[in-house]
Design a protein around this ligand. Sequence first.
Ligand SMILES: *Cc1c(COP(=O)(O)O)cnc(C)c1O
Length: 374
Amino acid sequence: MAVSKVSFYGHVRQYTNIKSEIDANIQKVLMSGEYVTGPMLKQFEAELAKYAGTKYAIGVANGTDALWLAMMALGLKAGDEIITNANTFFATAEAGWITGCKVVLVDCDEKTRCIDIAKLKAAITPKTKAIVPVHLYGQCAPMREIRKIADEHKLFVIEDNAQAIDAHGDNFKIGELSDAVCTSFIIQKNLGTFGDSGAVYTNNPDIDAKIRKLRNHGSAKRNCHSFGFNSRLDDLHAGILSAKLKHITAWTDTRRAKAKRYTEGLKGVDFITLPTELPGYRHVYHLYVVETKDTADRDKLLKHLNDHGVDAKTHYSIAIHQQEGYPWGKDAEIRGTLANVEKNAASCVSLPLYPEITDEEVDYTIQMVKSYKK
Ligand SMILES: *Cc1c(COP(=O)(O)O)cnc(C)c1O
């Protein structure tokens, strides 16, 4: 049948493909009688740490909690500055504000849209305590440079890895060059459950112990509490994620193949620029984001695609500092210009991409991009 509609997500297709494995784990949890910090959570945490190559992995309620729990475990507090790029999902900055920190926003790189290294360097002050690089759209930020800067200034590095599970850089792994890695498992991420979940992984036993307590009402031992929260990853989600984790590498390979199909099919389309894949990096294409060269084309291209059944979206058309009411009395500062961030916000279009998308759907989307007339 000829394609006339392309969905942005393939959640139900993915569930259908591995239904028996997911259902078996759900049944296992239901019949175990243990649903919160039970054996399935322990199993998934062990599998995740092994997969990530870190000593510890701690399941938490969502990716935002993962970020602020990591910040809190590192001792970040009011008056401390964290630096991130202004073109990210809102939660990166939000986590800083939850912790009471000052969120310093800097520009992104012209091509990769990850944090700009020169702008990052220029934004450091004696109050800076942490860099929070975002592996945006599924490609790692330049962690070696970031680690070097962090070492020079004695800063923590917290990777926002919500979009880049299974990615790696040119000879560096996620988690290798940072204090903590924070990940989200909300359904639309590359590894996602049917709801919310997240995790922190780290090689630091102190961070592991602190987050384990913080996520569980400050309790490491029954009836004994210090200040904390409730931010646990429950066992049903852990079971779903455990079933899905076995497929992540194959899913990423498929995402990369579909991305390649887009890139080949869209080569030479003169009104857009295509994603930049850095040599040696494994870009996991959480999102396949093209940018219109003329910002005046973006909304029109988006409408053209939507009108023709392609559920294209934008990530993110309103940068953090452009949100209404920013910064809502929170401690925030822009350092340097945000010219690249603003260009990205005004020109980005995300095309549908997931392991379950068919080649025909990718080809239809390519055709619809090509049929756009200014
Ligand atoms: C999704 C996302 C988060 C937040 O994750 P939640 O699980 O939705 O709280 C944080 N940072 C980035 C870059 C994200 O894409």
